[in-house]
Design a protein around this ligand. Sequence first.
Ligand code: XIL
Length: 340
Amino acid sequence: MLLVSLLVVGVIYENGARSMESLRELAAHRGLLIGTSIDDAELGSAAFRDLVARDYGSVTPENAMKWSVTETNRGIEDFLAADRLVNLAVADGQQVRGHTLVWQRQLPGWLFTDGRPPSADELRTLLRGHITNTVARYRGRISSWDVVNEAMGDDGRLRENVFLQVLGPSYIGDAFTWAHAADPSAVLLYNDYGLENGGPKAEAVERLVRGLLDEGIPIGGVGFQAHVSLSTPLDQLVATMDRFAALGLVTPITEADVRINDSADANVLDDQARVYRRLIDACVQARSCPSFTTWGVTDAHSWIPSEYPGQGRALLRDDRLAPKPAYDQVRAALLGPWWR
Ligand code: XIL
């Protein structure tokens, strides 16, 4: 009897103590990193920086490492914003996810002359230089890189971007090889959206990475962006992650947000919380998911309203930084039942 009472008291005490812990600590108990993207402009606020240091074990620069930012003017490097983010993260004991080296968006304007891309030789040299400089600069401080971003079309064929057009499909493997040479210890990822529930695009990405692995290309994982809506099917998420895991790859969730219509009433926040819960539960369940990153901290700063007019409120905190039901569900998932 005494033993039972002691046990009960112990469990209540343990659960009480853990319920005081931050998202970051709760995730750490599960061997998971909880992360967010951060835009440079947000770092001006001390309250914001404190919140990020408390709740997140991993950060991703939302824009600061993109080519158009690091080399706005040809030949002139600008890593001011990226350095600031990395230095703060290292000081706070956080991991940094590097984002992103090869993407058809946010390219520097000078890359094109009168709308025309450079020659194959020139583009190859420029891309190699960009990847090498960026990765080498943060060697040992960035644990994982999104090397190639969104290269697969929704139809399951490689996207007709400038890299494919000028360099052909080998640009993908080359990018991984160059990044690996610049930091052999970083985990190198292919990162994309729309992979959450399997289907033709996820299958095409699976064929792509299988091919890369067969060639001995140093790819370590596939990032699932998880920009989803309330109606995105997610029942195949764990199974889809498992398919990549079977190839020896990690499958972090890299850019989660759950967008909702501006016209929907406040009840919709509970539906959103359920979607977040499914995403985080899948990451906990899939052994290959080392980190769960949301694409921003608060609804005050999110890419959704500009990219999807009429939609927003996609993150865990509202525009006044207050935790939403989705935040509570992510916490609850990390806290888990008392016996775990
Ligand atoms: C977005 C940023 O959030 C915006 O600030 C920027 O204007 C455009 O890019 N997939 C990605 C991210 O991999 O880099 C994108 O970030 C969102 C979609």
